[in-house]
Design a protein around this ligand. Structure first.
Ligand SMILES: Nc1ncnc2c1ncn2[C@@H]1O[C@H](COP(=O)(O)OP(=O)(O)OP(=O)(O)O)[C@@H](O)[C@H]1O
Length: 477
């Protein structure tokens, strides 16, 4: 034991002495300046390492340029368990914290009747979340007042929610959570709080300049690859496949991903909860957040209410409203009711607006003898076309055209995997070039794919890019 201890200490001291000296780069090797001068006649007292023992680098420049102790970290904290544990892990990694909470939806502005503690007249949640963030900062030892509140509600409305509303009005099925990551968390937030990416070249001493990271509780992985002599960030799936959020991040640019740090990439959700409990974090038992990121409910505007109440044609049953989510959207849109048509073009019901039903969904037409399912929507005629049965050929996509591509590396074609919804299965596909976008062809057809959805493409676990579905060819076409 003693011999091992002595030997280890001796070795460590020697390495420390060598490592403390400035280093210069010689080809791919790193050597101490004194060691190199000794080889050019510096004198026998200057011990140089035996050639059989390569010099361990002081800074591991061969490794990917991920976060290092001393780097700065903007901790994006929602008050939930994931971002609380991500913040804790970032602190344990030696990052210098700047906790931050975003307010992206301000019910207070809309209703003006927020009551502290009561959740507000419309279920205002941001104040409860903000309180949770402050409590978490206290529990982490950062101090309750260390967190910053940043209001991005205008950015969220203009660049995420309004475009999504317009897409719903056109009869598409947008994914605002994908837009939120691209435009808000890794868009407006990064623009506001991160410095422009610094030069990544090491200085004369081999040190990579300090960097600022955006730390979030996303379940996804940033890995690094070298291309054209530079490091590039690539996005991969998280270890926890059930929680994997790479789909939501698939339109964030590689440059933005290169400034992101996801400490939960190797953890299962159950492990995250255990860590939160062990460190007594206030969010340890907090429920999962559900539904649309950031969005609250709003009292129905008078014009929308009037549109829904307008008289329906005689002998047509009440409009199919699309349930709670349809009703929620109806408070932001002016719903325009229209016909539900069977394959023969006969009206079998009335919808409460194109947003109220989505492709593949059962249209619960009151009194209908068959189970009708939505095959497609036509914005020009404001009609919803239905087919009988949930296994109809018109509900299966055999190919898609996707546009507005984000490539997370070089554009790709050939055999890949496609995912068309969060938590949807990944399916084999052939990707063919098609102008600005690509065609995605499925050897095994995929059920219920709607224009407006995001299609993310994967090579194994690596997300290579994504685009928005413009058109769908079904088995019937
Ligand atoms: N209001 C917010 N302010 C700052 N960061 C946020 C906010 N909302 C979400 N984030 C960041 O985005 C990450 C992903 O958010 P999302 O809502 O998809 O996940 P979540 O699993 O509910 O996370 P959490 O448990 O942390 O609430 C969060 O972990 C957090 O880092």
């Amino acid at each position: 034991m003693a011999a091992i201890g002595r030997g280890a200490r001796t070795g460590a001291t020697a390495w420390w002495r060598l490592a403390a000296r400035p280093q210069v780069r010689i080809g791919q090797c790193w050597r101490s300046t004194r060691a190199s001068s000794s080889s050019s006649g510096g004198g026998p007292s200057e011990a140089s390492p035996a050639p059989s023992q390569p010099l361990p680098p002081l800074f591991d420049l061969s490794s990917a340029p991920g976060p290092r102790p001393g780097d700065a970290a903007v901790l994006a904290m929602s008050g939930g368990v994931d971002s609380s544990v991500a913040a804790l892990l970032a602190l344990q990694q030696g990052l210098v914290p700047r906790p931050l909470f975003m307010r992206n939806w301000n019910e207070l502005d809309e209703s003006g009747t927020f009551e502290p503690g009561a959740g507000g007249a419309t279920g205002c949640t941001w104040m409860k979340d903000w309180e949770g963030v402050q409590q978490t900062c206290a529990a982490l030892g950062l101090g309750r007042d260390s967190a910053e509140l940043l209001d991005l509600s205008k950015d969220y409305w203009l660049s995420v929610f309004q475009p999504a509303l317009e897409a719903w009005e056109r009869g598409e099925t947008p994914n605002p959570d994908v837009g939120c990551n691209r435009e808000i968390k890794f868009g407006a937030l990064m623009d506001r709080v991160l410095p422009a990416p610094a030069a990544t070249a090491p200085d004369a001493f081999g040190r990579r300049p300090a960097k600022t990271w955006l730390v979030t509780g996303h379940y996804a992985r940033v890995s690094w690859r070298q291309a054209d002599g530079a490091w590039q960030a690539q996005l991969s799936r998280a270890r926890d496949r059930n929680k994997d959020q790479s789909y939501f991040l698939s339109s964030v640019s590689p440059e933005r991903l290169a400034q992101a740090h996801f400490p939960l990439s190797d953890l299962l959700k159950t492990e995250v909860r255990d860590i939160a409990r062990r460190y007594l974090l206030p969010a340890a038992e907090k429920e999962e957040s559900m539904g649309l990121c950031f969005v609250g409910e709003r009292p129905r505007p008078a014009d929308a209410a009037a549109a829904v109440r307008q008289p329906l044609p005689r002998n047509v049953p009440p409009a199919v409203s699309g349930g709670a989510f349809g009703a929620f959207l109806a408070s932001y849109l002016t719903p325009v009711p229209g016909p539900i048509l069977d394959p023969a073009g006969k009206q079998v019901g009335t919808h409460a607006g194109l947003h109220s039903l989505t492709v593949g969904q059962r249209a619960r037409v009151p009194g209908a003898p068959s189970a009708w399912f939505v095959a497609r929507k036509d914005a020009a005629s404001n009609a919803v076309h239905v087919v009988a049965g949930g296994d109809h050929a018109a509900l299966y996509a055999r190919s898609l055209r996707i546009e507005r591509m984000t490539w997370l590396g070089p554009p790709r074609t050939g055999t890949l995997l496609a995912q068309v919804r969060h938590r949807g299965d990944e399916v084999a596909c052939e990707v063919l070039p098609a102008g600005d976008g690509v065609h995605v062809c499925f050897p095994t057809p995929v059920l219920a794919v709607a224009p407006g959805q995001v299609c993310a493409l994967y090579d194994g676990d690596v997300c290579v890019g994504s685009g928005v579905i413009a058109t769908v060819q079904t088995l019937q076409q």
